[in-house]
Structures are given as C-alpha cells and as structure tokens.
Design a protein around this ligand. Sequence first.
Ligand code: PBG
Length: 333
Amino acid sequence: MTFPIDRPRRLRRTASLRALVRETDVLPRHLIQPLFVEEGTGVRRPISSLAGQHRWSPDTVGEIAVSCDEVGIPAVLLFGIPAEKDATGSGAWADDGVVQRAVRAVREAAPNLTIVCDLCLCEYTSHGHCGVLSGRVLGDGEVLNDPTLELYARTALSYARAGADIVAPSGMMDGTVAALRTALDGADHEQVAILSYAVKYASAFYGPFREAADSAPQQGDRRGYQMDPANGREGLREASLDEREGADMLMVKPAGPYLDVIARVRAQTDLPLAAYQVSGEYASVCAAGAAGWMDADAALLESVRGIRRAGADIVITYAALDLARRHRDTGVT
Ligand code: PBG
C-alpha cells in the first residue's frame, strides 16, 4: 500500500488560506517607535545613518508622536541629546532637560500615548560611558557600579516627575532595577513601570545609534558592563535577576542576532518581553535596499516577524511607524 504524499502546500494555495493558518502577526500594537530629541527649536534633522529617522526638538517632537498615535502605535521611546555634556552626565536628571521637556510635549500632543524614557548616561557624559568613571585605566572595570545607580535613580525620578509612564534602564549596571524601584516607590511614583534592558549585548550593531545620539565612548568600549555576545545562559541569569528585582517588562537587545536568547527568555518568564531591533539591524537593511539589492520594506517586515515568532511580545524598531502605516494602508500583518 502506498501512502499519499503529505502536502503542506495545500494550505499555502491562496491568500485567505495563508491568512487562516498564519501563526504570527505584526500589528501596530506590538511596536514601539524610538525618537531622538535634541536641544533647540523647530528641529527636524534627518539622521544620515538611519534612513527616514530624524532628530526632533521638544517643540516639534509632538508632531511625530501624534503620527505614531494615529496609526495605533501604543508607545514611543525617547532618547535625549543634550547641548552640553559633563563627567557625571548631569543633564540626564535636569528637570528642564531635553527629555523631560519632550515628555511634557508628547503628553500634551498625544495624551493617550505611552511614554517610555530610555535611561542611561552615555548621551550625557563627556566621556560617553554609561556611568561614573573610576579614574583607573580604561578597560579595568572602569565604570563604578553603585555610584552610577544613584545617578540612574535621580534620573528616573526626574522622568517620573515629567510624566513618563515607563523608564527603560539601558546601562547594564548590576542592581539597577532594584535601585530604580526603591527610588520610585519612595517618592510616590509606584505607578511608573520599569522596562529593563535586561539582556543587552556589547554589540557592533549599535554603530549607527552612536552617531544618531552622539554617544560613542571616547575611549575603551562597553564590554566591561554589556554582555558578551557569545553567552546565552548568562542572558537567562540577567533576566531572572531583573525579574526578582521588580522589573515589569524585560528586553533582549539586539534582536535579530539573538533570536535564540529571545526564545529562551520567553520560555523562562511570564513577564511581557520586548526585543530591540537596533540601529545596525535597521540601517543595514536600509542600505542594502538603497543599493537595490533587496526590498528593504519587505525585509524589515520579515525581520520583525521573525522577532515576534521567536517570542517577543513587543518590538522596538525604527521601522515602527512605516510598518504601522503599511498595515493601515494594505492590511498586511
Ligand atoms: C544607551 C543605549 C544604546 C542603545 C540604546 N540605548 C547605545 C549603546 O548601548 O551603545 C542602542 C540602540 C540602537 O543601536 O538602536 N545605552
């Protein structure tokens, strides 16, 4: 007796059959759009390393926030580029700082949008590192952990006072989530959530961001605090530490080269999980598209689908607004 051939192609024959059996959607509600805000007024400066992305100023950032809100993107992630930097990054916790003013502007322009503030010092320090330097030779555990936590806590409180819904610490100091939770709760900000960059690798894929945010380290690199790309189990450890310290949501970053880590963290936690498709992931697709080597729009959607399929509930991507607009115009998910 001969068996009939098993034919999975039957379910791929038409668009409606494919829709019926599609396992993963990319909908606007899954996406967070990062936005860069610099000092000044009337700014809408294209970022050469990130096609289609701009630097805004506090008085213009409302426009792009409204565009996100209109297409159903639930949240934006704010990065600030201050006019001046110093050794401790004091611009990060200035109540009239660039991010603080942007938070208030976005709140006014799009009251229902969720506002997430990236919380780190590297955009604010003259040396470009994510915390306080020890003064010892670079490369030898140069960023001091606990003194940095105090500055992160000050910054979180300032963002909370400005009206942020979520703070997203991205500096990879040990104990960050506990320090922020304690500070926020102690100042009546227990409603502010923490989205922890729990599993963040020392990645070459941050290159275009460092140009966009002007935050490249002047000396040395971040391997003393960001994770070794070779390590997966260590990511699980970082994720469970942050969960125990009180994180509301976890993140894996970058996303594309770490899909296995996303899947493993997804299996370990019940918290909502975000993944960050970082600047280099986005920029390399855009560059190949501009060269005519592939369809950048299709490749970005495919890569975000892959990140969702790996287990991310939320994808932070520079393509968020474009993807949401395409969804509105064509229904594609
Ligand atoms: C700040 C921070 C970085 C990114 C997000 N938050 C830069 C870094 O760690 O060097 C990178 C985002 C991107 O590349 O899109 N620490």
